[in-house]
Design a protein around this ligand. Sequence first.
Ligand code: HEM
Length: 249
Amino acid sequence: MHWCIAIPFLVCLLSAAVLVVVYNPNPQRPYRAIVSWIHRGAGIALIGLPLLAMVVNIRDTKVYLRNLKEGLLWSFDDVIWLMKMPLQMLRPKTELPEEGKFNAGEKLNFMMTTGTWPLFAVTGLLIWHSDSVVVPWLLHISLAAFALPLVMGHIFMATVNPATRVGLSGMWSGLVDRHWASHHYRRWFRENFAAAAAPRRRGSRDSDDTAPRPTRPRTWSVATRGVRSPPRSTADARPPVWSSPRACG
Ligand code: HEM
């Protein structure tokens, strides 16, 4: 699902940037039609591929619905988390409330994505098919200007920022590091995995995040991958550097 949104969105973004920077000053430049059709094709993919992913993986519908609910529902702790987060960047000892499966920053990003997706689609189709394009075009490029810093921030956090890029493995495998999750998504980890993880041996996989039953190994959960966990006996006494609460941010 994430790839089905991320790839067409990035193609839309890059092709739109070429249209704005290269062709808007001089629309007579060659190959404009090709770039324009790449943009339209990616736009159609952005509408169609996530729906296709949902139909193809219909058995994961419950996961989508639960993620949707988690992404859209805000608790008081989320609001506090959001207010304290800038403080914590300045003063790392600042305590934040425990996060659920998504922290408040991710919830904002999620709301932005799900909220602007239909608007991009409607305004894009209006530019394409209606006669008066000025209003939809203005809305469409305003949405792009609004989305750009959020997407850039999202990509920075996912690929560059050392404290958060640990979760990138989830994009390939659906799995993230156990210790990282236990520091970054504390309530989610505690409620779903802590008990299941406790009796486990080093290196074993976790259980399903829909039904945290320790005896049922499944993907789509938290597991130790890529970075190894320390032996359990030392983990509690001395967290490893990469996953200490401070190093994780
Ligand atoms: C969701 C589906 C989308 C559709 C159907 C769509 C469709 C279109 C169409 C038909 C145009 C006019 C192209 C031309 O002038 O030849 C356009 C322009 C544009 N689109 Fe999209 N688009 C979509 C998504 C996006 C996204 C995700 C972004 C940015 C993140 C974006 C940014 C832009 C920008 C900035 C322009 C203005 C280009 C210019 O001024 O020449 N679009 N779009």
